[in-house]
Design a protein around this ligand. Structure first.
Ligand code: LLP
Length: 421
């Protein structure tokens, strides 16, 4: 069931007409559905019923504190990669003991903040990071709970830029160095080994890479235990893909993923940790925009909309597909047109889609780009001095602006002209 769908010829988010949101907050804007977040989280959690599992939502996918608070209420933990994300998670009410800290470049001050908060585990990605973390923990009179992110060298992920589990990637401890890394961790005063961690990629559309990686890491866990290490948790990372509506690839549903993971780990005696991002947030949001001009080019028709690559960079960066629909359905059964849908930024890359058949649309009409709830707002920028766009959270028949559109004064306030000019 879609929570962004047509009722009486116009698109709603749950029980709120997108037209009403556009009227109140203007366009472009991100609109999120509480019901979808809730359903996705529960579907994922249900897939692991009967197993001890922490679902540490990957904050980078959508880090708005209202989204985090919604998930916190459902029992979610958080996977964070910066002090900023840590503060967001804590502010939203996610208990520190449900927070895992990932990332290849944690700084000393980030380690300090996370140790002070009392997070569950640091996913450590290198020996220099391990030594640094131990020093910081010792200086604070404590020990840091650590899992190494291991790199199982498995090909996975929808796009070269989001594949992370290959040997050539910057992520994780190289497979051949894992045992010596655990041995070193065992010697350090400020480190307490608690588990193993992996994350092999994003928008993964089949179970095979998960199966391969989990089997590999399972064997590793047995080996590490035989060497005397305590391995309580196995963090499987995120990466499960979602349908984007292009019908080329349909990722397995969380229930199948859950069944596979439960089966493969049933004898491992570990607590499972997951870091899903896209699976929870991707289809819980749309980018609501408006056609500024319909323009005829030499050999094609353009829809120039008021959202641009600074608001949603996924098509420009990953050639990502986002389903596009008009908010008003009236034209839907009538004429269609082949469009390039583009934003106003002065770069050819500011193109959401090329040569897509869509209902004929005119200037002033509202349009939505689906599946924009993950890596949309969180990857946006103010390029071209276009203010970050508002985020709106819908819940049934109510909605709330959970991030304001900054004014141009807000933007310029952070800048200054030095005296010498
Ligand atoms: N854990 C770690 C350590 C990660 O690096 C990521 C994502 C996740 C979890 C969550 O992965 P997910 O479940 O969302 O696939 N901006 C790209 C995706 C980048 C993913 C980065 N890491 C996109 O828009 O497709």
């Amino acid at each position: 069931m879609r929570h962004f769908d047509y009722k009486d010829g116009e698109m709603f988010a749950e029980d709120v007409a997108l037209r009403d949101i556009a009227k109140t907050v203007g366009t472009p804007a991100y609109v999120y559905s509480t019901a979808t977040f809730t359903r996705h989280f529960n579907v994922f959690a249900d897939a692991f019923k009967g197993r001890k599992a922490l679902i540490a939502y990957s904050v980078k996918a959508n880090s708005n504190i209202a989204v985090l608070a919604t998930l916190a209420k459902l029992g979610a933990g958080a996977d964070v990669v910066s002090e900023g994300e840590l503060v967001r998670a804590l502010t939203a009410g996610i208990p520190a003991q449900k927070i895992v800290f990932s990332g290849v470049g944690k700084t000393e001050s980030e380690m300090r903040a996370a140790l002070k908060a009392g997070i569950r585990v640091f996913n450590v990605e290198s020996l220099p990071e391990l030594e640094q973390l131990s020093d910081v923990a010792v200086s604070m009179g404590t020990r840091a709970p650590v899992a190494f992110r291991v790199n199982p060298d498995v090909t996975a992920g929808g796009h070269e830029k989001i594949s992370t589990g290959k040997a050539e990637n910057k992520f994780g401890i190289a497979w051949s160095s894992v045992e010596s890394a655990y041995a070193r961790a065992g010697e350090l005063k400020g480190i307490e080994i608690v588990g193993v961690d992996m994350h092999i990629g994003s928008q993964i559309d089949s179970l095979a890479p998960f199966e391969k990686a989990i089997e590999k890491v399972g064997a590793l866990i047995a080996k590490l235990r035989a060497q005397g290490h305590t391995i309580r948790s196995f963090d499987i990372g995120g990466g499960l893909g979602i349908p984007y509506g292009d019908n080329t690839k349909t990722p397995p549903p969380p229930s199948e993923y859950g069944a596979l993971v439960k089966d493969l780990t049933s004898e491992m005696d570990v607590e499972l940790i997951f870091e899903p991002g896209r699976m929870i947030a991707g289809n819980a949001g749309v980018l609501l925009s408006k056609v500024i001009y319909a323009k005829s080019g030499e050999d094609r028709e353009f829809l120039i909309i008021d959202a641009a690559m600074n608001d949603l960079i996924r098509p420009a960066l990953y050639d990502a597909y986002h389903e596009i629909e008009p908010v008003k359905a009236s034209g839907r059964d009538f004429n269609t047109q082949i469009y390039d849908v583009v934003g106003p930024i002065c770069e050819s890359g500011d193109t959401f889609t090329k040569r897509r058949e869509l209902p004929e649309m005119k200037a002033g009409e509202l349009i939505v780009l689906h599946s924009a709830g993950a890596y949309g707002a969180s990857q946006s920028s103010q390029y071209n001095t276009r203010p970050l766009i508002p985020e709106v959270l819908v819940n049934g028949d109510q909605f709330s602006v959970v991030r304001d559109r900054p004014s141009l004064e807000d933007i310029l306030r952070a800048e200054s002209i030095p005296d010498w000019i």
